[in-house]
Design a protein around this ligand. Structure first.
Ligand SMILES: [Zn+2]
Length: 97
């Protein structure tokens, strides 16, 4: 009669071993590849200093200054930025229509 109990225990042990082995095999499948892709997208994202919009640097209008490059969502924002820079503080300036 004890042989049945030993068999059951042995079967349970084998099942536990198989689960452990499967867990070890399946664990490396979770690769951090998705997070790397997200980082690439964030790196290519640039901020419009005028309206504060984020966009892809490849789609943005680029303006190179002496120190760094600025990106704008549209010609309107670029002109606004250039207008404010030319007028100094830009306080009380008329918005371009
Ligand atoms: Zn803009």
């Amino acid at each position: 009669m004890t042989s049945i109990i030993i068999r059951i225990l042995l079967l349970a042990f084998i099942l536990w071993l198989v689960r452990r082995l499967l867990g070890k095999i399946l664990a490396p499948a979770k690769q951090p590849g998705a997070t790397d892709d997200r980082a690439d997208i964030q790196n290519s994202m640039v901020k419009d200093p005028v309206c504060g919009m984020y966009m892809d640097s490849r789609l943005a209008i680029r303006l190179d200054s002496r120190k760094e490059a600025y990106y704008f969502c549209s010609e309107e924002c670029k002109n606004k930025y250039l207008g404010n820079a030319g007028r100094g503080t830009g306080a009380g300036s008329h918005p371009p229509v």
